[in-house]
Write a protein that binds this ligand. Structure first.
Ligand SMILES: C[S@@+](CC[C@H](N)C(=O)[O-])C[C@H]1O[C@@H](n2cnc3c(N)ncnc32)[C@H](O)[C@@H]1O
Length: 293
């Protein structure tokens, strides 16, 4: 299999043909999230414009009836809450996608990385001082029209059969998924990337694609979706604007190591003219903010 890794903006996915992708699993940049992306976007409007352009490209490259899953959340920046979940749903519906489901991903209580807002009530135990701590994100599931179930052969179905014993035991059948998140602290590979845990793409890829099909992540980050896709026998494509993440992605996918986990795979890596260098500068900004807190 040949997997593609493209450094450049996913507002243009010219490397991909129409209807060539079978599943999209991603989490978009968390707007100007103070812990990861301070001042990445000039304005909320420019963030939404990028979301719209990427969604338009997804509509073009995604095969009919197939799924787009966005892991996302509203964002609190300098005291203002931005309704990212609602705006993404609106954008996808306006572009003709079917809004199929919203799964709530719940993280363990001890894994909060953002500030603990609940402390306000402890300091002021009176009405109107209540601010809850956030331990959830949404997984938005959109569908590109109806899926033709008859287009899949019996053999294909059997090869990708879902383990019902596991889905029952781990309660995949609920629209609330309890999954431990990745804390990008210390020397972790994912530091400053806001990576999601492998369990999220693992469930989505098993539930919404067949073996041998193509999975796309238009906001690749450290490459979690791609790693899991390859492990599950799918072909993958990733777009990432920040070329400083090349090494992290290579490390995660074992591309540079002699002993890659999948010796049969080949990776095509393209660095386009519109790729940028972001990580060092963003981490500097995060550090400056923390000093001022
Ligand atoms: C929330 S992170 C994705 C993390 C990823 N799911 C993982 O597990 O590592 C979003 C990524 O989108 C990238 N990004 C931002 N704007 C982009 C664009 N226009 N095109 C492609 N990637 C972009 C950011 O640099 C960041 O790495």
């Amino acid at each position: 299999m040949v997997h593609k890794i493209i450094f450049g903006s996913s507002r243009d996915m010219k490397e991909l043909e129409d209807d060539s992708v079978h599943l999209v699993v991603t989490s978009p940049p968390y707007f100007n999230a103070p812990f990861d992306y301070p001042d990445l976007f000039e304005s909320y409007e420019s963030f939404l414009e990028l979301m719209r352009e990427v969604a338009q490209e997804l509509k073009r490259v995604l095969a009919k009836g197939r799924i787009v899953a966005y892991v996302c959340d509203d964002m609190l920046v300098d005291g203002r809450r931005y309704p990212i979940v609602a705006d993404l749903i609106k954008i996808f519906i306006e572009l003709g996608f079917k809004y199929r489901d919203r799964i709530t991903w719940v993280k363990p209580e001890g894994y909060i990385r953002t500030s603990r807002r609940s402390g306000v009530l402890i300091q002021h135990p009176y009405p109107m001082y209540y601010y809850p701590d956030n331990i959830q994100e949404s997984i938005l599931v959109f569908q590109n029209g109806d899926f033709d179930y008859k287009s899949v052969s019996k053999e294909m179905k059997e090869e990708s059969k879902i383990d019902l014993e596991q889905t029952q035991r781990e309660k995949w059948y609920l629209n609330v998924w309890n999954i431990t998140n990745v804390l990008p602290v210390g020397n972790r590979l994912e530091k400053g990337i806001a990576a999601f845990p492998e369990e999220i793409p693992n469930r989505l890829i098993r539930l919404f694609s067949y073996k041998g099909e193509t999975v796309l992540d238009p906001f690749m980050g450290s490459g979690t979706t791609l790693k899991v896709a390859v492990e599950l026998g799918r072909e993958c494509v990733g777009y990432e604007i920040d070329q400083e993440l090349l090494e992290v992605v290579q490390q995660k996918l074992g591309v540079t190591q002699e002993r890659g986990f999948d010796p049969l795979s080949e990776y095509e890596i393209v660095i386009r003219d519109d790729a940028r260098r972001l990580r060092t500068e963003l981490q500097r900004r995060v550090g400056r903010r923390q000093e001022h807190e």
